[in-house]
Design a protein around this ligand. Structure first.
Ligand code: K1U
Ligand code: ZN
Length: 181
């Protein structure tokens, strides 16, 4: 299994709309396994394929504390939404920031599982929030889009600065590294 690189806001690849998956095969199941390994290591409770630069409609979720209840959603569709609730959300593509977002309180979802079988699920609480957050990723949308423009810009600037500092540190390390002969 491989740990995949997670794209960070404001990377424009996070804005790409993912396409429907036509065949559930062993290659897709290998990607699913890599996505779980990446999500568990991060750690996170959800991951959409878009975040690992794969623009196909696939997401994985595990909201259990023990990381032992993996859930796979291929071509997920929200069939019904009810109520409104507000919860703090984080995102592995927007590391270090948690903000309150309003979403539907209860949803009914249809998707395919890792064997390509259709299932339907009613979700509420954290699971409902997480499914909506991950489906947004597949549509090129991020939780920061629900915030004010000012807050979004502040987050973008902080992450861009962190990225520049990270690149500077890496360049500095390279300058002091032993030459490879
Ligand atoms: O999509 C992602 O980037 C994953 C994101 C999912 C999510 C979290 C909270 C509300 C909505 C959606 C995360 O997993 S952020 C990390 C996180 O919430 C967490 C990490 C470790 C333990 C528990 C939670
Ligand atoms: Zn996210």
């Amino acid at each position: 299994m491989a740990i995949l690189d997670i794209l960070h806001f404001p990377d424009p690849r996070l804005r790409q709309r993912a396409v429907e998956i036509e065949r559930v095969d062993d290659d897709l199941r290998a990607l699913i396994d890599d996505m779980f390994a990446t999500m568990y290591q991060a750690p996170g409770i959800g991951l959409a394929a878009t975040q690992v630069n794969v623009h196909r409609r696939l997401l994985v979720i595990d909201i259990s504390q023990e990381q032992n209840q993996p859930q796979v959603f291929i071509n997920p569709e929200i069939l019904e939404r009810q109520g409104v609730e507000e919860m703090d959300e984080g995102c592995l593509s927007v590391p270090g920031f948690y903000e309150r977002v309003q979403r539907a309180e209860q949803i009914r979802v249809r998707a395919l599982n890792r064997d390509g079988e259709t299932f339907e699920l009613e979700a509420d609480g954290l699971l409902a929030v997480c499914i909506q957050h991950e489906i947004d990723h597949l549509d090129g949308k991020l939780f920061v889009d629900y915030l004010s423009q000012l807050k979004r810009q502040r987050i973008r600037k902080k992450l861009e600065k962190q990225r520049r500092l990270g690149l500077d540190e890496a360049a500095e390390r390279d300058r002091h590294a032993e030459p490879v002969i």
